[in-house]
Write a protein that binds this ligand. Structure first.
Ligand code: SF4
Length: 262
């Protein structure tokens, strides 16, 4: 396999402020972005296929084969993310279990939480070591305004699903809040929900990579952090910046956004 061009499903590794060195795994890997959200700030552009239907996009064996062929590098997390929402892959649980057959491998999943109301999705996420779940809104209206979800995504069920995941999940649960102008006034309501969900960590983020929305500045983010007092908070501006060299830059930009401009 050509090390620079031929990986179709894995990308990076990238250095993530939340995960350290992360090998990205894209269980959707379609040309158009497939997601159950179309967030106004998405760093991957508009959602090509807005769908809330789970299906198998890539066979588990094909993903595992690529992971095993990836040039050995120091990896902190094998991270399911990519160009779309990873929980839309119906074989996500099978893929996580397969990756973890190798001792000492740690798996992370970055999810938008839209399908977390589904007990089978929660069961699959619970196989991971680290789940980073999005919470950018505080009610149905703000979810529609920021995330423009597919039909069938219900805000209250998302929050209940996060609370249920917390009950069964033995790994690390983080809530990620992406703050932009449109939701910064909702910080105290989002913080209240976060307290009810009781994550191990709250990640305060703002889109530093190129997107349709301007990032908030450090002063704004510092002010928002004060709303989350009592929770374990990390923020994108507090993170150490680390240079990294992905194996295939084009594949990585497609899934991760333009990291070099961040
Ligand atoms: S930010 Fe994530 S959840 Fe939102 S549209 Fe982009 S890929 Fe989907």
């Amino acid at each position: 396999m050509n090390q620079t061009k031929d990986f179709k499903y894995v990308y990076g590794p990238v250095h993530s402020w939340r995960l350290g060195m992360s090998l990205g795994i894209d269980p959707i890997s379609t040309e158009k972005k497939v997601c159950n959200f179309d967030c106004i700030y998405c760093q991957l552009g508009n959602t090509g296929i807005l769908s809330n239907e789970r299906k198998v996009f890539v066979a588990t064996d094909a993903i595992i084969r690529e992971i095993e062929m990836f040039p050995s590098k120091e990896i902190d997390y094998y991270t399911f993310s990519g160009r779309g929402e990873p929980t839309l892959a119906k074989n996500l649980g099978e893929m996580i279990a397969s990756v973890k057959k190798v001792p000492d491998r740690k798996v992370a999943v970055i999810t938008n939480s839209a399908l977390i109301c589904d007990a089978s999705v929660r069961g699959e996420l619970a196989l991971a070591d680290f789940v980073i779940a999005k919470l950018d809104a505080c009610d149905k209206g703000s979810l529609i305004g920021i995330s423009r979800p597919a039909d069938g995504v219900d805000f209250d069920s998302v929050v209940e699903g996060l609370k249920e995941l917390r009950k069964i999940f033995k790994g690390k649960l983080a809530l990620q809040v992406m703050f932009i102008d449109k939701n910064k006034s909702l910080a105290s309501e989002i913080a209240e929900l976060a307290k009810q969900i009781n994550p191990d960590e709250v990640q305060i983020n703002t889109p530093l990579r190129p997107s349709g929305e301007k990032p908030l500045d450090e002063t704004d983010i510092e002010g928002l952090k004060s709303q989350f007092i009592g929770l374990n908070i990390v923020s994108v501006y507090d993170a150490e910046k680390v240079e990294f060299s992905p194996i295939c830059e084009k594949n990585t930009v497609l899934r991760h956004g333009k990291y070099k401009d961040a």
